[in-house]
Design a protein around this ligand. Structure first.
Ligand SMILES: *Cc1c(COP(=O)(O)O)cnc(C)c1O
Length: 410
């Protein structure tokens, strides 16, 4: 978002006129930023065979899936429904990797029938898979290297108590299962959770994974997952992707030489691709002064943006309506009937009722986690592409709330 002649714009489109046109609250995404992020990644990992799979659970609007397809990305899906959406968005089955956790063997069989790549993250399912398919369907194995990448405890997945992946300490047993069922392993994978701060911790994880990889002679790719941190606050640090790229490309090339084959280097970023491309706009319904605090109460709540209440996520907030007013301290809250705080003690340009506030970093895990709690409608979504705005999802209506309800007679 840029401030141009005292007005906030998203890729050249005036924010307040978007609100006038589509109403509030509103999610707005810009493709220009997605492209920048995608290219940052591809530039950082030049010199190896690279495949970037967009982890679509971050933002599953079909237009976003299509946009990433035409950028050249593959797709990382965590449910059969995400696979179905991706196929609808035009992805080839082999460009989709299914990386679920704790799903049934039946869901995995459905995914096999759709022709996508299968990533298995526990020995029980691996064994069942082996009994059914043996070497007919190659698999990827999700390893848990047990590293702590950083980030909030609720979003880290690589530590010893995590439910994700097959522990690196179980590799001997893993190898027995593979051998006993005559299975073909085409990839090894790790995903160590979100908000990786420390590139060296991540690189340690990659060493562990490459060490495991040596056990499998039929590999086509190594998938290093994701979890790259993006900035949330104006002067926040982020994963230095160029530095990571330099180091890992060099190491990966050496590994391939040793392994005797040019493997594909895979990643599956979600947040890195879309977090900063999205904004969430809401209107101030009430400014409420209590004894200790001034609250700005919005026409939205944790039903539309749950990350602050769910795992203490920080979303930077600005007053779009008054870019130059004096600043005051506000606690920004939602309209849901439980504690529903977006930000404590935020410095905002003076807020009056009717003003539009913007939340930054609203591209990843925001609309995707929205619900109908308090029987509210989910917001509309708008995409800015080449400086033009497109409605990509209607705001819901009462009909949507009632659609699957079955009324009985009393
Ligand atoms: C959620 C998820 C990702 C994406 O993580 P980000 O932190 O959004 O980049 C990647 N891989 C798997 C398997 C996931 O479940």
């Amino acid at each position: 978002m840029e401030l141009v002649n005292n007005k906030y714009q998203v890729d050249g489109v005036d924010v307040l006129s978007l609100i006038e046109k589509y109403g509030s609250p509103l999610y707005v995404y810009e493709t220009a930023r997605m492209k920048v992020q995608y290219e940052k990644f591809t530039n950082a990992f030049k010199g190896v065979k690279l495949k970037i799979n967009f982890a679509c659970k971050a933002l599953t609007n079909i237009n976003i899936l299509k946009y990433f397809r035409q950028l050249g990305a593959g797709l990382d899906a965590v449910s059969i429904q995400e696979i179905q959406l991706s196929l609808k968005a035009g992805y080839k089955p082999k460009d989709i990797i299914f990386t679920p956790n704790c799903v049934s063997i039946n869901e995995i069989k459905e995914a096999v029938d759709l022709g996508v790549r299968i990533n298995i993250d526990n020995l029980s399912i691996l064994e069942q898979f082996g009994h059914i398919y043996s070497k007919k369907i190659p698999v990827c194995i999700r390893i848990n290297p047990h590293i702590m990448g950083g980030g909030h405890e609720k979003i880290s997945t690589g530590h010893i108590d995590s439910k994700f992946g097959i522990s690196v300490y179980q590799v001997p047993h893993l190898l027995r299962v593979i051998k006993a069922n005559d299975m073909v392993v085409e990839g090894v994978h790790m995903h160590t959770g979100s908000d990786i701060l420390d590139a060296d911790v991540f690189l340690n994880g990659t060493e562990i994974l490459m060490d495991v990889a040596k056990n499998f002679p039929d590999l086509e790719y190594i998938d290093f997952g994701s979890g790259f941190k993006v900035p949330y606050k104006p002067d926040d640090i982020q994963t230095d992707i160029d530095d990571l790229g330099n180091k890992l490309v060099k190491r990966f090339k050496d590994f391939c030489k040793e392994y005797g084959k040019n493997l594909t280097l895979m990643f599956e970023p979600g947040k890195f691709m879309v977090s900063e491309s999205g904004y969430f706009f809401a209107r101030v319904n009430v400014v409420k002064q209590t004894t200790a605090t001034v609250f700005a109460g919005l026409d939205t709540g944790l039903n539309h943006l749950i990350r602050p209440m769910f795992y203490d996520a920080y979303h930077h907030i600005v007053n779009v309506s008054k870019p130059h007013a004096n600043t005051r301290i506000y606690t920004v809250v939602g309209y849901i009937c439980e504690t529903d705080t977006f930000g404590w003690n935020r410095k905002l340009n003076e807020v009056t009722e009717g003003d539009i506030l913007a939340f930054y970093n609203a591209g990843a895990y925001c609309f995707a986690m929205a619900s109908n709690y308090n029987s509210r409608f989910r917001p509309a979504e708008v995409l800015i592409h080449e400086k033009k705005d497109y409605l990509i999802r209607h705001r819901e209506t009462l009909e949507d709330l009632l659609k699957n309800q079955v009324e009985i007679e009393f």
